[in-house]
Design a protein around this ligand. Structure first.
Ligand SMILES: [Zn+2]
Length: 345
């Protein structure tokens, strides 16, 4: 069992947490309805559309279960398959994640979701306050003291809410990675993918696109905002990858030059470019399940360039990756002409 939490952590903690649609509160399972998992007797257990959810924070459960269920629907929509069943366990600093007990219970895959972390939030609050105050002062030098304080207060309220909701906001993304692996089955990795370590045996951009397609609307907006920011900055812009590189590159999370780096421009760009590729290919091919098709080709050992050469005609796409890249860039430029608040998927 892999703990692939890092990737979504780099989404950025200040991501705007849009209010999720209201969910009816979920009821904990009791008696024989409840699966036996040794050591998890203290946890409340809830049913999800793809298995079970264990938590010690029942006040968050309806929203977490809501996000798991929404993610499962998104997977069905974009990949034409029901995700396999499994268990999500909400973990915090005080929780031991007992993979052996979860495996022994034979409930399918298991995955740790992050609980809210008030200690970390309290630690980061002073730093973020200073950050926002400096940011507004620099950006709007003529702001009155009262307006400056109001802006900082508002930014901090968003920061607090999105920090506390972090585990909820990223769960569908993380499960997208989990579910996507099923495409490749449990068989051995093809020789070309032997060295690969991130996620499924599929190409890293494909793995990330699968996860990104599960994200809530608010994250889509943030990805596009990231891309807009990068495009507007000549220095950052040079770090965007050509399509031919994006579809074969290793996940920047694993690149020693950028991993653990606080600026993480490489990461941000990778996620933003994957988002833009998802939206472009779905719109251009008018096929919401285009990534399922590309993934099936990948399972057969065919990379993006092979898939494009074989299937491009059917979608009136150019057959060369570089030509498609030019179309993609033009499409992005056109899309970014729309003001940010009007952009939607
Ligand atoms: Zn990811």
């Amino acid at each position: 069992m892999k703990f692939r939490l890092l990737s979504a952590l780099s989404i950025g903690i200040v991501a705007t947490a849009l209010a999720l649609p209201h969910q009816d509160s979920v009821t904990p399972l009791k008696g024989s309805d409840r699966p036996d998992v040794k050591g998890y007797e203290e946890f409340a257990c809830f049913r999800t559309s793809v298995g079970y959810f264990f938590s010690k924070h029942p006040e968050r459960s309806s929203r977490l279960v809501g996000e798991i269920d929404r993610g499962a629907k998104a997977f069905q929509r974009f990949f034409g398959k029901r995700p396999e069943r499994g268990v999500v366990v909400e973990v915090d600093e005080g929780t031991t994640y007992d993979a052996k007990a979860l495996e022994a219970a034979k409930l399918g895959w298991h995955f740790p979701a992050l609980a809210a972390n008030p200690t970390k939030l309290a630690e980061e609050t002073p730093r973020m306050e200073t950050h926002y105050r400096n940011f507004y002062k620099e950006r709007y030098p003529n702001l009155t003291e009262a307006r400056l304080e109001a802006a900082v207060k508002k930014a901090m309220a968003d920061f607090t809410r999105s920090s506390l909701d972090h585990g909820i906001n990223i769960i569908a993304h993380e499960l997208g990675h989990q579910w996507f692996e099923a495409f490749y089955g449990s068989g051995s990795r093809p020789p070309s993918r032997k060295a690969k370590v991130y996620g499924s045996p599929g190409e890293d951009y494909l793995d990330e696109c699968a996860a990104i397609l599960m994200e809530p609307e608010g994250d889509t907006k943030n990805r596009w905002a990231d891309l807009r920011k990068t495009m507007a900055n000549p220095e950052l812009r040079t770090r965007l990858k050509p399509l031919a590189v994006l579809v074969v590159m290793e996940h920047p999370e694993l690149d020693p030059k950028t991993a653990g780096n606080t600026t993480r421009a490489g990461d941000t760009n990778f996620y933003a470019q994957c988002r833009a590729l998802c939206d472009f290919l779905i719109e251009r091919t008018k096929n919401e399940r285009i990534f399922a098709e590309i993934a099936s080709a990948s399972v057969a050992g065919k990379g993006f360039a092979d898939w494009l050469r074989e299937k491009g005609n059917g979608y009136s796409l150019p057959l060369q990756v570089d030509s498609l890249d030019r179309e993609w860039q033009a499409w992005i430029a056109e899309k970014l002409k729309t003001p940010a608040d009007k952009l939607s998927r």
